[in-house]
Ligand binder design. Structure first.
Ligand code: G1P
Length: 295
């Protein structure tokens, strides 16, 4: 029987060293963009796709993630007494979902983090969402991938063309475009040098995986950076089963990087009903005053 995707895994055990000292004692996944933490954007993306179970892979110093998605009685009472109904409903909505938390314990890489989810995923296809990669909600990337999954019932990776200088930061694929923006993947390599990369098409932080990935992950030896790499397990899977990719052409922000984080903040603020008009004016005034100083 073909199963639909009801579960999503959120790897969130990384140390967040690119954001130190902000991430010394609190998780990078809780860094806010305007008024929501990164991890909430990821959860809401899955929520919009009818995902029902949210599996977080966490580690040391990550407990605030659990609190964030839990009920908060005192706060709820306070909002209720002040008549702040809309905010109360938003806070409650998230807490009503089913969350599971697994501690990765040792930082052995993305592949190992996914393997930790095996007891909760069981024999079902599942989505993986890397919350560092913020996708503009209007682009519906995960929904598009799920539509492709419904057709092929196979592994689907999100892909994006990246500049040559950024190739070393991603898993890079080789593949054949079988229809517009859909690739049948023939090879992949984790963080290659640009000179040996099979293309300029990178894997970005959205995956639809099938449960057969777990047996490949169990056999995957440490690879790039001494970590168990999801890309290496997917490459082994590729020899046995088809793997497809969807070339995303919408907006993605690498919020795990300072510049990407700032870009996401500006773009999301410009769309936020409460602040967009004043923020736009402020940005223009900053630009004009900089230009005046330079001329
Ligand atoms: C991970 C994956 C890599 C992928 C990237 C997307 O790398 O290992 O293949 O291209 O996510 O963001 P990380 O960013 O965790 O180093």
């Amino acid at each position: 029987m073909i199963k639909t995707v009801r579960k999503a895994v959120f790897p969130a055990a990384g140390l967040g060293t690119r954001f130190l000292p902000a991430t010394k004692a609190s998780p990078k996944e809780m860094l806010p963009i305007v008024d929501k933490p990164l991890i909430q954007y990821a959860v809401e993306e899955a929520e919009r796709c009818n995902i029902k179970e949210f599996i977080m892979i966490t580690g040391k110093s990550k407990r605030t993630i659990e609190d964030h998605f839990d009920y908060a009685w005192e706060l709820e009472e306070n909002l209720k007494s002040k008549g702040k109904q809309a905010m109360l409903e938003e806070i409650r909505r998230l807490a009503q979902h089913q969350f599971a938390y697994i501690r990765q314990g040792v930082p052995l890489g993305l592949g190992h983090a996914i393997l930790c989810s095996k007891p909760f995923v069981k024999e079902e296809p599942f989505a993986v969402i890397l919350s560092d990669d913020i996708i503009d909600p209007e682009d519906n990337l995960l929904e598009k991938m799920l539509n492709i999954y419904d057709k092929y019932h196979a592994t689907i990776l999100a892909l994006e063309r990246v500049p040559k200088a950024e190739i070393h930061r991603y898993g890079i694929i080789a593949g054949e475009e079988i229809k517009k923006n859909v690739f049948k993947i023939t090879d992949m390599v984790e963080k290659p040098k640009p000179s040996s990369a099979p293309s300029d098409i990178a894997i970005i932080g959205r995956y639809i995986l099938t449960p057969d990935i777990f047996s490949f992950l169990e056999q995957t030896q440490p690879g790039k950076g001494g970590e168990i790499q999801l890309t290496d397990a997917l490459k082994s899977l590729l020899n046995k089963k088809p793997v497809y990719g969807y070339l995303f052409e919408g907006k993605r922000y690498d919020a795990g990087d300072k510049l990407g984080y700032l870009k996401a903040t500006v773009e999301f603020a410009l769309k936020n009903q409460a602040v967009k008009d004043e923020f736009r004016e402020y940005l223009l005034s900053v630009i004009i005053s900089k230009l005046n100083k330079e001329s």
